[in-house]
Structures are given as C-alpha cells and as structure tokens.
Write a protein that binds this ligand. Structure first.
Ligand SMILES: [Zn+2]
Length: 86
C-alpha cells in the first residue's frame, strides 16, 4: 500500500517541470482527442494531447500560435476574445 504511494511521489518529483496532459481538445486542430488513439507532445515542460504527429509537430514548432502565455490551449480563432455577460 505505502509502496505505491511512495512510488507515485517519486515519479511526480522525478519530473517536477512536466505537467501531464489534461486537455481533451487538440490545441492545433480543435478536434476532440481520444485518449486511446491520441498522442502527447511536450511543449515548454507541459504535455498536451494531440490527435496526430502532424499536430504534435505543429504545436512544437509554433506553440505561441496555439497556446496562451499560461500554456493553456487558445480558444478557436473565432473566439479569441472570451465573451462575458455582465
Ligand atoms: Zn489535431
């Protein structure tokens, strides 16, 4: 029991700068990524789930185009400015 907990901590601390992928939408093509068939790409110390090698390459090549300064996937091009009702 304790061993698995310690192992988890060891794994997490071994890569303190890499955050596991949490996105369910491909930042590049905006399609929903199936966790079974998708792949992950590490960009600036953070993993992103993408649908294909092509999107992985695009994301690594030009991350600012698809990610905001916090590293979160941008909204689609039609929604670059979140619309909020006051
Ligand atoms: Zn894609």
């Amino acid at each position: 029991m304790f061993h698995s907990a310690l192992l988890a901590v060891a794994v997490l601390t071994a890569h303190p700068q890499t955050q596991p992928a949490t996105n369910t939408t491909d930042p590049v093509c905006k399609m929903t990524v199936d966790a079974q068939t998708g792949q992950t790409v590490t960009v600036r110390g953070r993993e992103y789930r993408v649908c294909s090698k092509a999107c992985a390459d695009a994301l690594q090549k030009d991350p600012d185009k698809y990610l905001d300064r916090d590293g979160n996937p941008r909204a689609s091009h039609d929604e670059t400015k979140p619309h909020q009702h006051e």
